[in-house]
Design a protein around this ligand. Structure first.
Ligand code: NAD
Ligand code: UDP
Length: 313
């Protein structure tokens, strides 16, 4: 089995590369490093038989000589800070990048999985969010570049499925965290953990009453892998339904790190979703999947990782 992972030098896709190699796949990783990091790949670079890295922007066509059996299409800036810094690249990789990868899947007869997102639900008016919910997105707001790129990506994926008979999967990923997140990617987990470790103020946006549901990365990639290997073509939520407010999350991080940091309140970014929690009934039923790692254990591993990164800086 030869498997292409787009965005493989990024946080979550690099864990997907690890999982695939452990299951005997030969992995081809393609990334233009816009938000990725070669350090995430370093442990595979010597494995010339099973691992290849290609530095390429997939918003431009990609031609490969070798056969490809599976494509995990996971390339995209993913943190709000990143996609606000790279709005056009985010729209392009969601649209042109997905178009190019579907074309490659068609050419190779490969099965392709699109890494979509809970952001297709926008600022949701139902909680938890089942896959049948159509969402509440401000198309022209600052987050629209990411949300609409992913919604377009889902639409073109289903069009290739229906009109070209391509074997497709769509996963809607909810907030995922763990080792290899970038310390400065602006997301709440690296921000709070690093602020706590450095004794800096913890920056809660708004009053902290907005909620998120955090999934540890090993659970997330296991669920995504199972979806790829299933025969289900409609979107499936993969995430941890354990919902917590941002303020409670800040308190948890302070307690876990034993930090002396204070909580400060900053402006809430525009269109920041007020609630987010996956309904994972489908994933449980179709894939026999549910998350195993609780927030305490996952956070401990993440804190350990950032402690090590900060020591070596
Ligand atoms: P990440 O930024 O760490 O990884 C994304 C990778 O894609 C990076 O290595 C980046 O360099 C690469 N990339 C971006 N544009 C590219 C292009 N045009 N060509 C080639 N490579 C490109 O982000 P992540 O959090 O690991 O997210 C991975 C995927 O999962 C993304 O598609 C994201 O939308 C999706 N997702 C993530 C989360 C989450 O909580 N982490 C939630 C929902 C969806
Ligand atoms: N957040 C925060 N302080 C930070 C970073 C983020 O309060 O330093 C909040 C943010 O406003 C949002 C939640 O934490 O309500 C999750 O933000 P993140 O950027 O991690 O991802 P999102 O779920 O919004 O895509």
């Amino acid at each position: 089995m030869r498997t292409l992972v787009t965005g493989g030098a990024g946080f979550m896709p690099s864990h997907m590369c690890d999982l695939l190699l452990s299951k005997g796949h030969e992995v081809v990783c393609v990334d233009n490093l816009v938000t990725g990091n070669m350090d995430n790949m370093a442990h595979h670079m010597a494995d010339k038989d099973n691992f290849t890295f290609i530095n390429h922007d997939i918003s431009k066509p990609l031609f490969l000589d070798e056969d490809i059996d599976y494509i995990f299409h996971m390339a995209s800036p993913a943190s709000p800070v990143d996609y606000l810094e790279f709005p056009i690249q985010t729209l392009k990789v969601g649209a042109l990048g997905t178009y190019n990868m579907l074309g490659l899947a068609k050419e190779k007869g490969a099965r392709i999985l699109l890494a979509s997102t809970s952001e297709v639900y926008g600022d949701p008016l139902v909680n938890p969010q089942p896959e049948e919910y159509w969402g509440n997105v401000n198309t022209i707001g600052p987050r629209g570049v990411y949300d609409e790129a992913k919604r377009y990506a889902e639409a073109i994926t289903m069009a290739y499925h229906r009109y070209h008979n391509i074997d497709t999967r769509i996963v809607r990923i909810f907030n995922t965290y763990g080792p290899r997140m970038r310390g400065n990617d602006g997301r709440v987990v690296p921000n709070f953990v690093n602020q706590a470790l450095k004794g800096e103020d913890i920056t809660v946006y708004g009053d902290g009453s907005q909620t998120r549901s955090f999934c540890y990365v090993s659970d997330e990639v296991e669920g995504i892998y199972r979806l790829m290997m299933s025969d289900y073509c409609d979107p499936v939520n993969i995430g941890n339904p354990n919902e917590i407010s941002v303020l409670e999350f800040a308190e948890t991080v302070i307690e876990l790190t034993g930090s002396s940091s204070n909580i400060i309140y900053c402006d809430l970014p525009q269109d920041d979703p007020k609630v987010r929690r996956p309904d994972i009934t489908k994933a449980k039923k179709l894939l026999g999947w549910e998350p195993k790692v609780d927030l305490q254990d996952g956070l401990e591993k993440t804190v350990e990782y950032f402690r090590a990164v900060n020591r070596s800086d």
